[in-house]
Design a protein around this ligand. Structure first.
Ligand code: 5GP
Ligand code: MG
Length: 184
């Protein structure tokens, strides 16, 4: 697995530091004056799983978790193949303050499809939190309230992001050697 890495784009320490900052911002924006408030975190599986787990543990508020699966890069695809959404386990969002968490903002089609859906499900507010945002117009023009890092328009893996479902457990965000893709 490590032999496949081309270069480390964002090292783990930097990720952890930024995750704390994002959590503080989210807490500040959702906590009422008397120190209360409640949120529902909706991580988009599977990519946002690791990010969301770290993020949640730094948000000291009453919280529910709703699960949603969105697939756009099935298998060995490295360009988006259209969006398939499964929201059976998202729970009742009526009147809830929802924070949609995703790993990366790329074409923006995931966020653009999911945000109106959450509003239709009765959420009081929907805010979007992504760890990464690619340097391409479709990404920067998609509204996002919390962005961890702006990165070049390259295919990355690690910290939840996969290639053919591998590499999600790498603690850093990295690029892969060209040979890795050539194999499939
Ligand atoms: P969008 O809908 O914005 O095009 O893409 C969002 C989803 O595509 C992300 O949640 C992620 O699963 C996948 N994706 C986009 N860019 C990358 C990338 O560079 N690497 C990986 N591993 N997945 C990506
Ligand atoms: Mg994803």
């Amino acid at each position: 697995m490590h032999a496949d890495i081309e270069r480390v784009l964002i090292p783990r320490e930097k990720i952890q530091h930024r995750v704390r900052e994002l959590a503080e911002q989210i807490t500040h924006d959702h906590m009422t004056k008397n120190g209360e408030g409640e949120v529902t975190i909706v991580p988009i599986l599977t990519g946002a799983m690791i990010f969301a787990c770290d993020l949640m543990r730094h948000i000291p508020m009453a919280m529910k978790i709703g699960l949603m699966t969105v697939s756009s890069y099935p298998g060995t695809a490295t360009t988006s193949q259209g969006v398939t959404i499964n929201y059976k386990k998202v729970g009742d969002l009526t009147g809830r303050h929802v924070i949609l968490v995703d790993d990366i903002l790329d074409s923006g089609s995931t966020i653009r499809a999911v945000v109106p859906m959450l509003r239709d499900m009765g959420a009081a507010t929907v805010r979007v939190c992504v760890l990464l945002r690619k340097d391409r117009p479709e990404a920067t023009q998609t509204p996002a309230d919390y962005v961890g890092f702006d990165i070049p328009d390259e295919f990355v893996v690690g910290y939840g992001l996969d290639y053919d479902d591998y590499y999600r457990n790498l603690p850093d965000v990295v690029t892969l050697k060209r040979e890795v893709y050539a194999k499939s």
